[in-house]
Design a protein around this ligand. Structure first.
Ligand code: AGP
Length: 606
């Protein structure tokens, strides 16, 4: 959601900013702009639409600068327009901003009393006006005063007209990461824009101010003390953030799953047979005294939680609930130190999940997060972190992060079950060996790609469809449905197959596609009955089974047989089929797979 890049150093800033904005495109945006110091002051170039539009505009100008800031805006306050796009300038101040200033209206009223009025409809311009009104030549003191007045989540990069080649940055809630290299100092809203310059970086701590100059980055807290931020290191490089020969990031990320699963699972297996999370700082003691698990997350990450619930309850025999983070945070939930709260997030910055985590911390629950982005807010604020080693996920539709999240939940459930003596070591070893075999099964599932492409072509004209399943297959139906609708724009719903008769069956008419997941033996015959119900009403059925099961061919139009796994592990292979189905349906419909309309990769506002 909105992208930020700032650079001061020894390179042509135009190239740095445009490349940085291109790298950040995946976050979702609808306008883009840059501002930079030139001999005669700060210049701004911005445009609605894509970064390529900005590149075209920049091409026609001669820029001679080595310091500037760039932004991709995802409209929140005020529509998509040239005036509303960032950077915003008021007086001495030019800035870019991610987040929302919640008290912008009060600030705007106060500024109007000083005879100052904005030209845009954005909360960002109000922030520029506020900072300018407080500016007395001392940037850091001014920013401190502004912080006292600003409410909401924000990340800012600020240029002061009288301080050439210096960038000031601060954040509260919204992420900012920074690095130093021999070429200069760089700051960005996420690591993919920094990786070109360094693998070593730091997360700007909240409510701290960073001053970037060509050769240095100085971070100070609100008391004025200079602090040394904790340096982090990413294992991946530029190639991980490129398409690498694939038509889209989503397809590349789908294909990376065998390797991301291996990287996530293998280092956590002791002697080839038992889970071991001690290297992650998760000792068995944390499970002592836990009598309830609460999983909270958003979107796909929440769907990973739905699988987690089935698994944890089966292995542990303690109650597990899954809560949508945006609901949970306002529900005054009941929890205490005997509750383990698991938050799941790819980005580690999702505003609602972060708020749910903070609430859980306040209520003294034990908090553990499953996160992909190292050093992200959710990871830092949780008592314990289990990182997914999925590498950067660029496509808005989450794929490899989801299956990596599943693998972490499985590892966690096994370790927890062992710690509670809910399973024996030999039982655990058998689960672990099945978990390890998932990587090969996922590889084999990928070989179904051509067939899934062909099946997807029959969904090209569809406007509504349904996913049905029971138990784990219901959790996967939810995931299949979100994947399809977010990128193909086909309206779809996930239904617990047994619920069909209670309403949805009225929507099943001739030709309506129903994707029926039937991978679970204990409810298999029930599922077949449900499929017959929709079939009798003319549904076009795409059936997914765990292994080559002989099924009456009159009940389906298309049958996808997954490589056979124990039922409990079928979510991994089912997920891959559903991802490919969503991908190819979108291709056949001709939409932008990696950057669907209105959506952002990382949702850092409520
Ligand atoms: C998934 O395809 C989505 N784009 C979305 O639901 C996502 O999973 C959700 O916004 C949560 O993001 P997070 O994992 O970064 O917290």
């Amino acid at each position: 959601m909105c992208g930020i890049i700032g650079f001061t150093g020894y390179l042509d800033v135009k190239n740095v900013l445009l490349e940085g904005l291109e790298a950040l495109e995946y976050r979702g945006y609808d306008s883009a702009g840059i501002a930079f110091f030139e001999q005669d002051g700060i210049k701004t170039i911005k445009t609605t639409g894509k970064v390529t539009n900005l590149c075209d505009k920049v091409e026609g100008t001669s820029i001679n600068s080595t310091c500037g800031i760039g932004h991709t805006r995802w409209a929140k306050h005020g529509g998509v327009s040239y005036t509303n796009s960032h950077p915003h300038t008021f007086g001495n101040v030019t800035l870019i901003h991610n987040g929302i200033i919640e008290n912008y209206h009060e600030l705007e009223t106060a500024l109007a009393h000083q005879g100052k009025y904005p030209v845009s409809q954005t909360d960002t311009e109000i922030a520029a006006m506020l900072i300018d009104s407080l500016y007395d030549g001392d940037a850091i003191e001014t920013i401190k005063k502004a912080i006292k007045q600003l409410e909401g989540a924000y990340a800012f990069c600020i240029l002061f007209a009288d301080q050439p080649d210096v960038i000031y940055c601060l954040r509260n809630g919204s992420p900012l990461v920074a690095c130093k290299s021999k070429e200069g100092s760089v700051i960005a809203s996420d690591m993919v824009a920094l990786i070109k310059y360094s693998k070593e970086y730091f997360v700007l701590p909240e409510l701290h101010i960073a001053k970037l100059t060509k050769d240095n980055i100085v971070v100070s807290n609100l008391e004025g003390a200079i602090i040394k931020p904790q340096m982090l290191f990413v294992k991946w490089d530029m190639t991980a953030a490129r398409k690498g020969g694939y038509a889209h990031f989503m397809l590349k990320e789908i294909h990376e799953q065998p390797s991301s699963l291996r990287s996530t699972i293998m280092p956590r297996i002791r002697n080839g047979s038992l889970p071991d999370l001690t290297a992650d700082g998760i000792p068995n003691e944390i499970f002592h005294g836990i009598n309830r698990v609460l999983i909270t997350a958003c979107g796909t990450a929440m769907h990973a939680g739905l699988v987690g619930r089935v698994l944890l309850e089966k292995l542990l025999r303690i109650p597990v609930t899954v809560e949508i983070a945006s609901e949970f945070r306002y529900q005054d939930p009941i929890m205490d130190e005997s509750t383990l709260v698991i938050t799941i997030s790819q980005s580690g910055e999702t505003a609602d999940t972060l708020a749910a985590l903070r609430l859980s911390n306040e209520k003294h629950a034990k908090t553990l997060s499953i996160v992909n982005v190292k050093g992200s807010s959710i990871a830092r604020e949780s008592n314990y972190v289990l990182y997914t080693h999925a590498g950067p996920e660029i496509a808005v539709a989450s794929t490899k992060a989801y299956t990596a999240q599943l693998s972490c939940i499985y590892l966690l459930a096994l370790q927890f079950a062992l710690a509670k003596n809910a399973i024996t070591e030999p039982e655990c070893a058998s689960f672990v060996s099945q978990l390890q075999s998932v990587t090969t099964a996922v590889e084999n599932t990928l070989s179904l790609e051509k067939a899934i492409d062909e099946i997807s072509s029959h969904l090209k004209e569809t406007e509504d469809l349904f996913f049905i399943g029971r138990g784990l297959d219901y959790a996967l139906s939810c995931e299949g449905s979100i994947k399809l609708k977010e990128i193909s724009y086909i309206h779809s719903e996930a239904y617990a197959a047994g619920e069909l008769k209670h309403g949805t069956l009225s929507l099943i008419t001739e030709g309506v596609p129903v994707i029926a997941l039937a991978t679970q033996t204990n409810v298999y015959s029930k599922m077949i009955s449900n499929i017959r119900e929709v079939r009798a009403r003319g549904a076009m059925v795409i059936l997914v089974t765990n292994g080559e099961i002989a099924v009456d061919s009159s009940i389906y139009d298309y049958h996808i047989a997954l490589p056979e796994l124990d039922d409990l592990f079928a979510p991994f292979t089912t997920a891959v089929v559903l991802q490919l189905l969503a991908y190819y349906t979108t291709i056949h419909r001709g939409y932008n797979v990696d950057q669907p309309r209105n959506l952002a990769k990382s949702v850092t506002v409520e």
